[in-house]
Design a protein around this ligand. Sequence first.
Ligand SMILES: CC(C)(O)[C@@H](O)C(=O)O
Ligand SMILES: [Mg+2]
Length: 570
Amino acid sequence: MGNTTKTYYRMELNKYSKTITQDVTQPAAQAMLYAIGFKEEDFDKAQVGIVSMGWDGNPCNMHLNDLATVVRENINNTKDLLGLRFYTIGVSDGISMGTDGMRYSLVSRDLIADSIETNAGAQYYDAIIAIPGCDKNMPGSIIAMGRLNRPSIMLYGGTIAPGHYKGEDLNIVSAFEALGQKIAGNLSEADFKGIIKSACPGAGACGGMYTANTMASAIEALGMSLPNSSSNPALSAEKQQECQAVGAAIKILLEKDIKPRDIMTREAFENAITVVMVLGGSTNAVLHLIAMAKSVDVPLTQDDFQTISDKIPVLADFKPSGKYLMEDLHQHGGVPAVMKYLLSKGLLHGDCLTVTGKTVAENLADAPDLDFEQQKIIMPLETPLKATGHLQVLYGNLAEGGSVAKISGKEGERFEGPARVFDGEKHLIEGLSSGKVKHGDVVVIRNIGPKGAPGMPEMLKPTGAIIGAGLGKSVALITDGRFSGGTHGFVVGHITPEAHEGGLIAFVKDNDIIEIDAINNTLNLKVDEATIAERKANWQQPALKATKGILFKYARHVTSAANGCVTDEA
Ligand SMILES: CC(C)(O)[C@@H](O)C(=O)O
Ligand SMILES: [Mg+2]
């Protein structure tokens, strides 16, 4: 195959794939590469695995295979590189939410990580470009990149455009909240239908600062995607340009041998958390970033989020609790403009390396400046939406291992009320319709943790319905499950230990008083010790709800929410 003239430099670019392409004892492997169309010169190229999470059944993912094709063309037009597409699965949270299907959502994060690791590991790809859309796709991609530690770039599929109905801008959460509005008798059947038909106009991930846009922003701040990747909309010319830019960028990473472990440092994770806090991002960022950090052995805990939350304000007025969508920020300089502002105020580590081969500060040098007159999406530090972060880590007898609250400040920061207990979310909608849930209640949804559900589903159907029913300011909700980025209101999730592990949440009864204090960061059941001991006396761990298949395997291996729900720890 004419490899006698190869230089050391060339050998380095294909340092993994040469195991397949150069070894004379691998003739069958090489025969197979001829079968897929390799020419003589292709055997000397670095192989870039391009993994798309594209599939027809979800707006967040429906366009990703097209992006992957553009990326492959760009890679193949880049000297010394050869692109090979492969595909992995996804789960649409928007579609499976509120059903048993949602148990597979968080599971899909680890399946994505495992499948990318498997394909790229087995085929000896020298570099990875991942093209994710819906929220778990992104941490799944990054976890695989961290494990493989080969030059990698994530190219986010991009945000959806707003929908429109009767002069209102809509998004997916409008459809979730419409149910509560209908239950409360505030929405006609025709408008209910109208909202459903118009909420999502086409390709792209859910448009507010929900989990997809949160994770995309966090990963851009982490340095693992090109600048603007998180705010370039799905169907924009800029997203196409981004696809045309990855070839040159991955080549630089290969040449300089810049790997995920060089980029995903402790300081880079601090940058990511700071950006999540400033943007008012999803609670899911806590467990996903912990899991991503574990993939590169960077120590990161829930308490690190609290430390950053204590000093970083919420500056962005994004949905779900605010007004704007990611596409709006794109019009005003995107995430780089926000990062440039934060860097100028000393709130980001500027010397972290990124997938451009340059540092955060170097990337941001030419980014546009935020214009606080022209736009009201991002507020200046002097007038934040909330003086400290909205993500608060609460401990107490109900959460000895911690819990994560999302406190926008709009609903207050303390809440005390009688428990209204639901095992799983199904009966909550009935509870709302029948008036079982009243002003002042603390709704408890339990037995939906990582092991107990299994799969720790997101509770957007109940929280959306509570908001839609007008109870958002007067009802709190606590759970051992997790939340969608679209959830707002007074909510506490990720309660550890979960009910299935014998956490106190398993022993709460209707009308017990629960106190949530996001000033002192506590979450307590105000029931005396003797009564608690009595309730716990005959407890036996329930059997796993899944007895075979992926949910069984997951329940057996998954760790707690506080540990990022990782599945590959002894
Ligand atoms: C369906 C949503 C809004 O995308 C949700 O899955 C999230 O986590 O934000
Ligand atoms: Mg989600």
